[in-house]
Design a binder for this molecule. Structure first.
Ligand code: SAM
Ligand code: SF4
Length: 428
C-alpha cells in the first residue's frame, strides 16, 4: 500500500511539473514516505533526515509523508527543523495544494487531520511496472486490533465508488496492464458508497470480467469479513488468482480475544475449510505475531499446531512490537525480547520445513507464469504463478527483455523453500 501511495504522490508531483531524479543528492524536494507498523521506523526516518541536515536551507526542501508523519505530527518539526512538510496519508487528497504552498515559500505545512471521507483517488498515478498495477479500493481501517497502529495513522474506512474502481481497471487494461492487485487494509469490508452498493465479492467478480485483465489479486483480508461469497466468486472465474492471504496472527482463541481480532480459531478454520474444499486449489498464506502480551507457552503451541493443520504456502512472522496509542500497550505480562526471538525462530523453522515439502510437490507440474524480470547472472527469467510462487525458468531463445510481461507455460524441475525453478514447456 505504501508503494502504491508513493506512485500516486509521484503522479501528483509530475502532474504539477516536477520530474523525478535518481538520488536525493540531485533533488530539490526530498519526500520520505514512511511506515510505523513496527517500532523504530521513526528512528530510521530521523537518521535519514539527519544525513541531509546540511543540505537543507540551501536549495533542498524536505517532507515526511505516511504513518510516521501522522503518528509524530508537529513533533517532527522540533526534532528535524529542516523539514517543511508533514503529511499523513488521509491528507494526500490535498497534497497538490500543499505543493503550491511549498512553492509559495511556506516552510511549515501540515496535513494531519484524520477526519476525512475522501480517498486519494488520482488519475495521475505514476506506476513503475508496465504490466501489473495496484488499485486502492478502500482506505483506512475501522477495526481495533489491540496491537495495531493503522487505525490511528490511516484514519477511518473509506471505500471508493465501484464506478471509479471499474473505470481505473478499464483504463489500465486499455494501457496494456494484464494484472491488477486490489488494495486495502481490509478489502473484505469494501462497501460501494454509490447506489449500486456492491460488496467485495461482487467487485471481484466484475473486475475479473474486464477485457484484457488476465490476473486479479487482492490484499489484505480480515478473516472476520472473509465470507463464503468471496470463495464462490473466485471459484467462478480463474482470472481471480489461486491465492488467499488470510492473516491469522495467533492460533490461540484466548490470544485472538486479547488482540480483539473478532474471530476464534474455529471461525478461522471454517474459512480455511471453505478454501480447502473449493473447486480448485488455493495457496494460503498468513501473518503471525509471536510474543503478544500474555502469550503463554500453551498459546504459542496452539499457533504451531495451527501451522501444522493449515500447511500454509508461505507466511510473514513478526515479534510483537508495542505501538503508541494501541490497547495492547498497557497490557500486563509483556514477553521478554529474547523469548519473542526464540518463538519467532521456531515459527520460521517449522514453516520452512512445510514450504520445502509443499514446493517439492510441484516438481513435474506445468504452471502458467507471468514473466516479471530476468536474473542475468543466472541466465533465468523470473516468473510468478497464479498461486503467487516465484518460478524462475530458462527459455531457449532468451533475448533482451522480450519475455517480460508475457505469460508462458513452465515445467517445474526443482524446488527450494521460497521458490521453484523450471524450463519453458512445449505445450502440445
Ligand atoms: N490489515 C491487515 C490485517 O488485518 O491482517 C494487516 C495490516 S498490517 C500492515 C500487516 C501485519 O503486520 C499484520 O497482519 C500483523 O501481523 C503485523 N503487525 C501489525 N502491527 C504489529 C505490531 N504492533 N507488532 C507486530 N506485528 C504487527
Ligand atoms: Fe490493523 Fe487490525 Fe485494521 Fe488490520 S484489521 S489494519 S491489523 S487494526
Amino acid at each position: 500500500m505504501n508503494v502504491h501511495d508513493s506512485e500516486k504522490v509521484i503522479g501528483t508531483l509530475r502532474q504539477q511539473g516536477y520530474s523525478q531524479v535518481d538520488t536525493p543528492d540531485d533533488a530539490g524536494l526530498v519526500l520520505y514516505n514512511t511506515c510505523s507498523i513496527r517500532d523504530k521506523a521513526e528512528q530510521k526516518v530521523f537518521n535519514r533526515l539527519q544525513n541531509f541536515k546540511k543540505a537543507a536551507g540551501k536549495d533542498k526542501i524536505f517532507g515526511v509523508l505516511g504513518c510516521v508523519a501522522q503518528q509524530e505530527g508537529e513533533k517532527i518539526f522540533d526534532r528535524a527543523p529542516h523539514v517543511s512538510l508533514v503529511c499523513g496519508s488521509a491528507s494526500y487528497p490535498k497534497f497538490g495544494d500543499m505543493l503550491v504552498q511549498l512553492e509559495a515559500g511556506n516552510r511549515h505545512i501540515t496535513g494531519l487531520s484524520l477526519d476525512t471521507e475522501e480517498t486519494f483517488d488520482t488519475p495521475f498515478t505514476s506506476r513503475d511496472n508496465p504490466h501489473r498495477a495496484y488499485i486502492t479500493i478502500i482506505e483506512g481501517c475501522d477495526k481495533s486490533c489491540a496491537y495495531c497502529v493503522v487505525p490511528f495513522t490511516r484514519g477511518p474506512e473509506r471505500s471508493r465508488t465501484s464506478e471509479s474502481v471499474m473505470a481505473e481497471a478499464r483504463r489500465l487494461a486499455a494501457d496494456g496492464y494484464t494484472e491488477i492487485q486490489l488494495l486495502g487494509q481490509n478489502v473484505n469490508s469494501y462497501r460501494d458508497p454509490s447506489p449500486a452498493g456492491w460488496d467485495f465479492a461482487t467487485l471481484l467478480a466484475r473486475i475479473a470480467e474486464v477485457s484484457g485483465i488476465r490476473r486479479v489479486r487482492y490484499t489484505t483480508s480480515h478473516p472476520r469479513d472473509f465470507v463464503k461469497a468471496i470463495v464462490d466468486a473466485m471459484d467462478a472465474n480463474p482470472v481471480l488468482c489461486d491465492h488467499v492471504h488470510l492473516p491469522v496472527q495467533s492460533g490461540s482463541t484466548r490470544v485472538l480475544a486479547a488482540m480483539d481480532r473478532l474471530y476464534t480459531r474455529d471461525d478461522y478454520m471454517r474459512r480455511i475449510d471453505w478454501l480447502k474444499n473449493a473447486k480448485r486449489p488455493y495457496a494460503l498464506t498468513t501473518d503471525i505475531i509471536v510474543g503478544f502480551p500474555g502469550e503463554t507457552e500453551q498459546d504459542f503451541q496452539a499457533t504451531l499446531d495451527l501451522l501444522d493443520e493449515v500447511q500454509y504456502d508461505s507466511l510473514f512472522s513478526f515479534k510483537y512490537s508495542p505501538r503508541p496509542n494501541t490497547a495492547a500497550l498497557d497490557m500486563p505480562d509483556r514477553i521478554a525480547e529474547e523469548e519473542k526471538q526464540r518463538r519467532l525462530l521456531i515459527v520460521q523453522e517449522k514453516q520452512r520445513a512445510i514450504q520445502i515439502r509443499r514446493n517439492a510437490e510441484m516438481i513435474g507440474q506445468i504452471r502458467e507464469v507471468h514473466v516479471e524480470g530476468r536474473h542475468q547472472s543466472l541466465g533465468q527469467w523470473i516468473g510468478r504463478t497464479s498461486d503467487n510462487r516465484t518460478l524462475n525458468f530458462t527459455h531457449p531463445s532468451a533475448n533482451g527483455d522480450t519475455l517480460i510481461g508475457t505469460y508462458l507455460s513452465v515445467r517445474v524441475t526443482r524446488s527450494g523453500p521460497n521458490s521453484l525453478v523450471g524450463e519453458t514447456a512445449t505445450v502440445v
